[in-house]
Design a binder for this molecule. Structure first.
Ligand SMILES: NC(=O)c1ccc[n+]([C@@H]2O[C@H](COP(=O)([O-])OP(=O)(O)OC[C@H]3O[C@@H](n4cnc5c(N)ncnc54)[C@H](O)[C@@H]3O)[C@@H](O)[C@H]2O)c1
Length: 290
């Protein structure tokens, strides 16, 4: 037997006898909302590199095109598409879902990444609760909570159809009282509760075909919090130092340190896991601070 035939035979026997990897995401269709962000964008590029079909869902068409171009530059074989939608705009989400189904025929994963805080919904040290801007608080709850519920609702049928996994984004401010961020904390607490609620409902009504979990990132430097945690010269602000002191790892997270948890929750490796909130925080929520 020539060398080539021998190796082809070995490869054929290997693929016939090796069970598919629990972590295989090849050709899985994964929708990522707010996909032009720091953690979300990094996750989108990671899943593209894993051979998944990645749907960048974002509001701003220019940012979306730039993010897609970055991904294709880095991974020329990437299978990715962009859809423009605000996570609070139901018709736009429905249009986005239809475009994905038309192109790839199914949806296997939904990362509800769009989220964030707003200055008015925070109470700075020189202010008190009575200074809270209620409109801003409502907007933050809208974005983080309703912006998680609405895409889940719009994509639910497609996920049920072939089976799928939803991953939401919580925050350390859901289980713990983090100073200043009153609206964001309330919204992320609601996201955690919704994660458990939908996990149970989907498990019971879809015979476990759809799983719903959340990651709980600790502190990662992104565009939203950079100025709160670091000074222009890169040194830590007082708040940044407090965060580092209360993180047993003694540092902020790096966006790529979230990839493993997201991968696990989307893949068959977690096929009996639902309703969990997985901290990826260098130990922040485990630590009493003492
Ligand atoms: N970075 C952190 O340290 C951290 C920590 C805990 C939780 N989180 C959460 O993780 C998720 C991702 O964080 P990130 O750091 O990538 O945030 P990011 O701000 O970099 O990205 C969020 C993205 O959501 C988009 N977005 C905002 N409103 C939208 C809307 N209405 N419709 C569609 N898109 C919208 C933004 O344009 C942005 O691209 C967020 O839910 C965030 O709250 C982040």
């Amino acid at each position: 037997m020539t060398d080539g035939k021998y190796w082809n035979l070995i490869a054929a026997v290997h693929s016939a006898t090796t069970p598919p990897s629990l972590f295989d995401l090849t050709d899985k269709v994964i929708v990522i909302t707010g996909a032009t962000g720091t953690l979300t964008g990094s996750a989108a590029r990671y899943f593209a590199a894993q051979g998944a079909r990645v749907v960048y869902l974002a509001r701003n068409p220019e940012k979306l095109e730039a993010a897609l171009a970055d991904c294709r530059d880095e991974f020329p074989d990437a299978q990715c598409m962009g859809v423009v939608a605000d996570v609070l705009d139901r018709p736009a989400l429905e249009k986005a879902r239809d475009a994905v189904l038309q192109k790839w025929g199914r949806i296997d994963g939904l990362l509800n990444g769009a989220g964030g805080n707003m200055a008015g919904a925070t109470i700075s040290p020189d202010k008190s609760f009575k200074d809270l801007d209620f409109d801003s608080l409502q907007q933050v709850v809208d974005l983080n909570f309703h912006g998680t519920v609405l895409p889940s609702l719009v994509f639910a049928d497609a996920l049920v159809e072939g089976g799928g996994s939803v991953v939401n984004f919580s925050s350390v401010s859901a289980p713990l009282a983090v100073t200043r961020v009153v609206g964001y904390s309330a919204a992320k607490s609601a996201v955690e509760n919704f994660t458990r609620w939908l996990a149970v409902d989907m498990a019971r009504k879809t015979e476990g075909k759809v799983r719903v979990n959340a990651v709980l990132p600790g502190f990662y430097i992104g565009e939203q919090n950079r100025h709160l945690l670091t000074n222009p010269d890169g040194s830590l602000t007082e708040r940044g130092q407090l965060v580092v002191n209360n993180t047993p790892f003694g540092r902020f997270g790096q966006a790529d340190e979230l990839h493993g948890a997201l991968h696990y929750l989307l893949a068959d490796a977690s096929k009996f896991v639902t309703g969990t909130i997985l901290p990826v925080d260098g130990g922040f929520v485990a630590f009493s601070g003492v």
